[in-house]
Design a protein around this ligand. Structure first.
Ligand code: ADP
Length: 169
């Protein structure tokens, strides 16, 4: 199956689209959002200002500017409130809507960070399980190379516990 979990900085991924775990304003933030805006340059924020924000679980696309990736797909993950407030459905919707947008825009490869697993507090193992389930479901009837990018040492070790085959770039 064209799916890999890799340890890397997502801003260096040479893919058609990288996904940004943004907030609803789409006007930048910390974590992976900050890293993507720093690497893409100020033109990314300028385009984001034209988008009028994004609802949780939805996704919007921009160009990638100075990134190796042609596009950035901005999606807004749910904030973890204990797991009984639709978090899993919303997190799955982030992955599904991002994948759909990538296909609609002719992308053949896409890289995701672990949406919601940082500042938004989603437990790492559950965030990864939801990501893998939604991505593999989508790949049953779409042809696309998908990378799930883990960043810190802990999420890397965690991902190795859940999945045998995790590559370090
Ligand atoms: P959220 O607000 O959706 O939780 P964060 O950016 O705080 O978003 O964290 C999401 C995940 O992205 C975390 O697992 C964090 O370790 C990871 N992350 C942070 N920077 C990068 C990066 N440069 N490349 C890939 N993943 C990153």
């Amino acid at each position: 199956m064209p799916f890999e979990i890799v340890r890397n900085d997502i801003t260096t991924m040479k893919v058609d689209a990288i996904v940004n775990a943004a907030n609803r304003s789409l006007l930048g933030g910390g974590g992976v959002d900050g890293a993507i805006h720093r690497a893409a340059g100020p033109e990314l924020l300028a385009e984001c200002r034209t988008l009028g924000g994004c609802e949780t679980g939805e996704a919007k696309i921009t160009k990638g500017y100075r990134l190796p990736a042609r596009y950035v797909i901005h999606t807004v993950g749910p904030i973890w409130h204990g797991g009984h407030n639709g978090e899993k459905e919303l997190l799955s919707a982030c992955y599904r809507h991002s994948l759909e947008l990538a296909v609609e825009n002719g992308c053949q490869s896409i890289a995701f960070p672990m949406i919601s697993a940082g500042a938004y507090g989603y437990p790492g193992d559950q965030a990864m399980a939801a990501a893998v389930e939604t991505i593999t479901g989508f790949l049953m009837n779409h042809d696309l190379m998908v990378y799930l990018v883990v960043f810190g040492r802990d999420s890397f070790l965690n991902s190795k516990k859940l999945f045998r085959d995790v590559k370090e770039y």
